[in-house]
Structure formats: structure tokens, C-alpha cells
Ligand binder design. Structure first.
Ligand code: ADP
Ligand code: TRP
Length: 327
């Protein structure tokens, strides 16, 4: 008997450089599971325009994210890679979901509250409706699993509520989805280690996966840690140690854990070791990315191909939904 592969879907916003938080929280998982499942990985362009941005830069950001996807190892022969804006069925499904989602559910979303507090002059309706578009992105493809970082779990809960509201009103159709979390679902900021690492906070908060070794060294040198003599491990120190576990060797980790136990951890030494480990880890990635960047037509072709594969599935779902909804 031929068993159908289970389906995975996830997206990332093209809003600038991908950082090691994005990588450890989601992208690394995408690369691992592409062999195992039928995967759809897209660029969440329509989500990205709910933030403040410069329209002249968007095309480059889309190109950059596609490069990051490919250079970290996503293989267009194995998974479907596309730009959300090339499969606009998601916006039509989002409209239908808008009509069954209570306003109060959107207003209580943590990401909405955080972003509204940051971009006070641009609290647009798209920012509020963002998780509905995300639910539409997901449910168009009926996936089993959605790999994301911890900050997106609330949106997946809302997606599953939308499944319930839809099925109650229009008849059983969508199935709930399950998140896949990595071992590192929340990497902390270098400059403010009690907050998650995020692109929007500014470059001193994150290490981009495409940063050159010199930059990585400089950013880590300025990372907030502690004195090394504290009785407890400060969050910044903990963050760096956890990162070393991910990027360094076992010996390096054991060495610094021993220092920590003896309350004489030398953060300057830890930062240098970690800088080297991260630079080394992404060395092949940087090379591959440079090569790919020289052939923009190839990237365009991959995105077009991906959209051509995704669109018929999206169209089929939308047709079935419209019938159920009676329009
Ligand atoms: P950002 O929050 O930096 O703008 P995105 O919203 O585009 O990044 O997130 C892309 C993916 O990376 C999502 O799955 C998100 O949950 C994950 N992610 C973002 N920041 C982190 C982090 N600091 N640690 C782990 N995963 C993260
Ligand atoms: N909101 C996600 C983020 O900021 C990006 C995203 C949009 C997404 N649509 C999605 C993630 C669908 C998973 C599934 O990271």
C-alpha cells in the first residue's frame, strides 16, 4: 500500500537578514524535515508589509530570503518554495476567515500588542488581521505540521480555533494543525537577553546567519553578559552558553561549563570561542549564498516553479470552501 506523505508548511517574513534565532527556531528544522514530509516553505510577503517598510527595498528582501532558504539547504527538488504574493488565494480565504473570527480574539494576540506598541503611528488593520492571513496560509494546504518558533504558538492556537469555528458553522472540512518546535524555540537578544532575538530591534540585538566573521566577533564582544563571578548565571551568559552548545564542539561546551561551576567563567574567552564557532558553522552557507546571488534568474525561476505547484492546491481548497460558505 502506498501511504501518502504527511504535509508540513511554514513561512518567514522577508523583512531583512535572517538571524541565528530564526535559524535555530525554524529554518534549521525546515532543512531537516524536507526529506521526510511533503513540505511547503514560503516567503510571507503580505505579512511583512504590515510593518513599517520601504517599498523600494521589498524586492531585495524577497530575493535575500529566497537566498537564505536555498543556501541553508532547502532543496527545490524536495520541497515547494514560493512567494505568498504569487498565490493570492490566501487573501481570499483570509477574508472568509475574517467573517468568523471575533475581534476580541485578535486584540488579545501578544504579537499584535507588541507590534502596536512599537509602531504607534502605523497600527493598521493588517497588523490586527495578521494571524487570520496566517491561518489562511496554513489551511489552504491542509498540513499536518507547522514548524515555528515559540512566539508563533499563539497564532497556531488561533488557527485551530478558526478550524473549529469554520467546521461548526459550515460543516467538517479543515483539520487542526500541530506545531513542531525545535530544541531552541526562543533564542534571546544579545543586547537585551531578557527579550527574544529579533530583527526589528536593530543589528546589535542579533547575529545574522550571513554576517561576516569580523561582524560576528564585534557583535558578540558587545553582548551583555555578567561579571562571571555571580552566584547565578545571568540570562545573557546562559544565552551564549546555549548557543555554544548548538554551534561549538562538545569539548568547548564542557570547558566553559567547568569554568561556570567554579564561578570563574571568562566571558571574553567564551565570546571569542563562540564567534569562531558561529563563523565556521555558516562558512559554507556564506559561500553558497554568494554563488546563488550571482544568478538572480535562477532564484526567480525557483519561486515561479514553487508558486505553480502551490497554486492548484490553493485553488482547489478555495473552491471547496466557497461552496461550503455558499458564495
Ligand atoms: P522576527 O521575529 O525576527 O521578525 P520572523 O517573525 O520572520 O522573525 O520569524 C521567522 C521564524 O523564526 C518564526 O518561526 C519565528 O517563530 C522564528 N523566530 C523568530 N525569532 C526567534 C528567536 N529569537 N528564537 C527562536 N525562533 C525565532
Ligand atoms: N507569522 C510568521 C512569523 O512572523 C510568518 C508566517 C506567516 C507563518 N504565515 C505563516 C509561519 C504560516 C507559519 C505558517 O514568523
Amino acid at each position: 500500500m502506498v501511504t501518502k506523505k504527511q504535509t508540513v508548511l511554514s513561512g518567514t517574513q522577508p523583512t531583512g537578514a535572517l538571524h541565528i534565532g530564526n535559524y535555530l527556531g525554524s529554518l534549521k528544522k525546515f532543512v531537516e524535515i524536507q526529506n521526510q514530509y511533503q513540505c511547503y516553505f514560503f516567503l510571507a510577503t503580505y505579512h511583512s508589509i504590515t510593518g513599517d517598510y520601504n517599498p523600494q527595498e521589498k524586492k531585495q528582501q524577497i530575493f535575500d530570503l529566497a537566498l537564505d532558504y536555498l543556501a541553508t539547504g532547502l532543496n527545490p527538488e524536495k520541497c515547494v518554495i514560493f512567494n505568498q504574493a504569487d498565490v493570492p488565494e490566501c487573501t481570499e480565504l483570509a477574508w472568509i476567515f475574517n467573517t468568523i473570527t471575533p475581534l476580541s480574539e485578535l486584540e488579545r494576540m501578544t504579537q499584535f500588542k507588541d507590534k502596536a506598541a512599537k509602531q504607534t503611528k502605523n497600527i493598521n488593520a493588517g497588523l490586527l488581521n495578521y494571524p487570520i492571513l496566517q491561518a489562511a496560509d496554513i489551511l489552504l494546504y491542509h498540513p499536518d505540521f507547522v514548524p515555528v518558533g515559540q512566539d508563533q504558538l499563539q497564532h497556531l492556537e488561533l488557527t485551530n480555533n478558526i478550524v473549529r469555528w469554520f467546521n461548526n458553522k459550515f460543516g467538517q472540512y479543515f483539520k487542526p494543525v500541530k506545531p513542531i518546535l525545535t530544541k531552541m524555540p526562543k533564542v534571546m537578544s544579545l543586547a537585551e537577553p531578557d527579550k527574544k532575538m529579533s530583527k526589528s530591534a536593530g543589528p546589535k540585538h542579533y547575529i545574522a546567519i550571513n554576517d561576516e566573521p569580523e561582524i560576528i566577533k564585534e557583535k558578540l564582544a558587545k553582548a551583555v553578559t555578567g561579571t562571571g563571578q555571580e552566584n547565578h548565571l545571568p540570562p545573557g551568559g546562559l544565552n551564549l552558553l546555549i548557543l555554544l552548545e548548538e554551534f561549538g564542539t562538545k569539548e568547548e561546551t564542557t570547558y566553559f561549563q567547568k569554568q561556570l561551576k567554579n564561578k570563574n567563567i571568562k566571558y571574553s574567552e567564551l565570546k571569542q570561542t563562540l564567534a569562531q564557532a558561529i563563523s565556521q558553522y555558516f562558512a559554507d552557507f556564506r559561500e553558497k549564498r554568494k554563488k546563488l546571488a550571482q544568478k538572480p534568474q535562477d532564484i526567480e525561476k525557483i519561486l515561479k516553479n514553487g508558486a505553480d505547484q502551490a497554486r492548484p492546491i490553493a485553488q482547489k481548497t478555495l473552491k471547496e470552501v466557497k461552496k461550503l460558505v455558499g458564495v
